[in-house]
Design a protein around this ligand. Structure first.
Ligand SMILES: C[S@@+](CC[C@H](N)C(=O)[O-])C[C@H]1O[C@@H](n2cnc3c(N)ncnc32)[C@H](O)[C@@H]1O
Length: 249
């Protein structure tokens, strides 16, 4: 690496399933970026901090109830280990109780080193979350068996934002939830490729016209129509932003 090369984005992941990695993260654009050294992944195996001969990491919940809870001292030791490996990283716990993951989180997380805590079972003892003032992020309003797939989703979404990862930065700007101010809060417009006619369906003429202003207008109108029909919450935010943009001119 030369002095001009930016420091790679680094992620440290605390997990009970280290054998899952890099897994899907070693493929395609994200895997290519890993191989090119644009980001790095280190794993902290929670089991190694387990207690006793059986390296116990969990115990039954106080107050009763189903399932097991990850012990605070075990997770605490894993956090200390991960922190030493990735100094200055923001610590995130993947949890259905967290802030629902949005594109703005990915933009924030891709800008600095990250430590991701993946729980299993019923989750982790609250005291370790409080002691480390851990921020929680949720993939959505549903429950999966562990934080690893959520962590991989975050990593994938961050890596494609890193400089040099995607060939065409415009694709990030104009896609759904894109960075381009015209497309913030809008879902993506319909996209087409060759052939121009397939099963009797033609690509909209405007896209073949070569008239870039008309293409831009058509895409914008389509993005607005799709967002209005499918996501009233985003549409309302888009209208507020558009009204602000008009009044500031
Ligand atoms: C079976 S879940 C535990 C669910 C927890 N008892 C609850 O009701 O919120 C086990 C772990 O999977 C991860 N997980 C499950 N659903 C998730 C989601 N929607 N977003 C992020 N992580 C999730 C978390 O790390 C969680 O601690």
């Amino acid at each position: 690496m030369t002095s001009d090369t930016p420091t790679p984005w680094s992620v440290n992941l605390i997990t009970l399933m280290p054998e899952m990695y890099p897994g899907p993260l070693s493929h395609s654009i994200v895997g290519d970026a890993l191989a090119r050294g644009l980001w790095s992944l280190s794993l902290t195996n929670l089991r190694e901090f387990g207690i006793g001969k059986h390296q116990q990491v969990d115990d039954t919940p106080y107050g009763g109830g189903a399932g097991m809870v990850i012990k605070p001292e075990v997770m605490d030791a894993a956090i200390a280990h991960a922190r030493a490996q990735t100094p200055g990283a923001q610590l995130i716990h993947l949890s259905p109780r967290g802030e629902p993951l949005k594109q703005h989180h990915l933009i924030e997380f891709a800008a600095a080193p990250l430590m991701l805590m993946c729980s299993r079972y019923e989750g982790v003892d609250q005291r370790v979350l409080d002691a480390h003032n851990v921020r929680e992020i949720s993939l959505g309003d549903f429950v999966i068996t562990g934080g690893d797939l959520a962590a991989m989703t975050i990593i994938d979404g961050c890596v494609r934002l890193l400089p040099g990862v995607l060939g065409d930065a415009a694709s990030v700007a104009e896609e759904s939830f894109g960075l381009h101010e015209d497309y913030q809060h809008l879902l993506e417009y319909p996209i087409y490729t060759k052939p121009a006619e397939w099963q009797g369906m033609r690509v909209p003429d405007v896209l073949i016209s070569g008239h870039h202003a008309n293409i831009d207008r058509w895409r914008r109108e389509q993005a607005e129509a799709i967002t209005k029909a499918r996501r009233p919450d985003l549409w309302a935010r888009y209208l507020v932003r558009s009204a602000g943009a008009i009044s500031s001119h």
